[in-house]
Design a protein around this ligand. Structure first.
Ligand SMILES: *Cc1c(COP(=O)(O)O)cnc(C)c1O
Length: 384
């Protein structure tokens, strides 16, 4: 489907998807093949070997590019494989500036894998842009942000970061996993590269691990496509198909995630045993105005701490919910509850975590799309 003037809700269902040319199948087939027959050497239909190209993956890549308002999509076997591919754009001596409450796995690949290869990373709070300017030098090649951040739901001003990057000729990468393309399109705000863990909202059903990179620039695409093929961290066709299926309902799911999230955030804030609720929709959230400016809704991610900051109380809540399942990950139709300090952010040293405001007792919710009254009832009995 070529027409880029369609609205997002239409693009989510149709972008990139054409009836299968051989049979007319309305849904993109899963091309479960490793290679393609050639009529004569070099005479083929655009597909030679499935690490390099696969028709199911091609459709998904085009769909992702369209819904992120970009030109090119490049898919990978996981969100971290996508991150890994982006880091391979850099070399020894290059410096990266990133946020101090980054997703744990991203922090780990930066510090444990790429630092030993000679890249240098700076982590700073990005509520204040002057923190970034002070860290820039001639080796700075990339600014890597996540907004909203995980799990403290801080908001970073993407357009302001893009201005700084343009001024210094630095690449701006935005991990858009938490917002999803339904709530935010970083490329339209000046970012150069968008990365997704499609495992989360894009897939949406907790049944696939997948990653994607979306860019506008042709030469960036060419380099990423080379890395995709040369390093080979490609997704299988069945996983591509699951993500394609997931994004067809992204808008209806996200609407409900947002509605349920708002109701639960307000419920928790009014609970006498809850000390603090982190949710970007509160008007007194420190960067609520920026969230309103760059996002179309506030999503279903909420974190909170109980009064008294007692570990046993937090553990009791984490193990007594019945609808909220205790599990890592987020963004699926079912509600999850998690303990970032021991789960998603366990790979960040405790000292670093505490310094950045991630308490041992912080509880994180990925609010699903169940009936919100049932979800609130579940939290009520668990918090007591
Ligand atoms: C899960 C996640 C990742 C990593 O993605 P995988 O698909 O698990 O490899 C990266 N960034 C964020 C914000 C995530 O939540």
């Amino acid at each position: 489907m070529e027409n880029k003037n369609y609205k997002l809700d239409t693009l989510l269902i149709h972008a990139g998807v054409e009836p299968d040319p051989t049979t007319g199948a309305i849904m993109t087939p899963i091309y479960q093949t490793s290679t393609y027959v050639q009529a004569a050497p070099g005479q083929h239909k655009g597909y030679e070997y499935a690490r390099t190209q696969n028709p199911t993956r091609t459709v998904l890549q085009n769909a992702l590019a369209a819904i992120e308002k970009g030109k090119h999509g490049v898919c990978f076997g996981s969100g971290l494989a996508a991150t890994d591919a982006i880091m391979k754009l850099l070399g020894p001596g290059d410096e990266v500036i990133s946020t101090n409450d980054l997703y744990g796995g991203t922090y780990r690949i930066f510090t444990k894998m790429y630092q030993p290869y000679g890249l240098k990373f700076h982590f700073t709070g990005m509520g204040d842009m002057s923190n970034i300017e002070g860290l820039i030098n001639e080796n700075t090649k990339m600014i890597w942000i996540e907004t909203p951040t995980n799990p403290l739901l801080n908001i970073i001003d993407i357009a302001a970061c893009a201005d700084i990057c343009k001024k210094h000729n630095i690449l701006l990468v935005v991990d858009n996993t938490f917002a999803s393309p339904y709530l935010q399109n970083p490329l339209t705000l000046g970012a150069d590269i968008v990365v997704h863990s499609a495992t989360k909202y894009l897939g949406g059903h907790s049944d696939v691990v997948h990653g994607a990179v979306i860019v506008n620039d042709d030469s960036l695409e060419e380099r990423l496509r080379f890395i995709q093929n040369a390093s080979g961290a490609v997704p299988g066709p069945h996983d591509c198909w699951l993500v394609l299926r997931g994004i067809k309902t992204l808008h209806v799911r996200m609407q409900r995630h947002c509605e349920n999230g708002a109701k639960i955030a307000h419920y928790l804030r009014s609970h006498p045993k809850v000390e603090r609720v982190y949710w970007i929709g509160f008007e007194d959230h420190p960067n609520h105005d920026i969230a309103k400016k760059q996002m179309r809704g506030f999503g279903g991610m909420i974190s909170f701490v109980l009064k008294g900051d007692n570990m046993n109380d937090a553990m009791k809540v984490l193990s007594s919910t019945k609808l909220f399942s205790l599990a890592e990950s987020l963004g699926g139709v079912e509600s999850l509850i998690g303990h970032p300090a021991s789960m998603t952010h366990g790979s960040i040293p405790r000292e670093e975590r505490i310094k950045n405001g991630l308490a041992d007792t912080l509880i994180r919710l990925s609010v699903g799309i169940e009936d919100v009254d049932d979800l609130i009832e579940d939290l009520k009995q668990a918090i007591g």
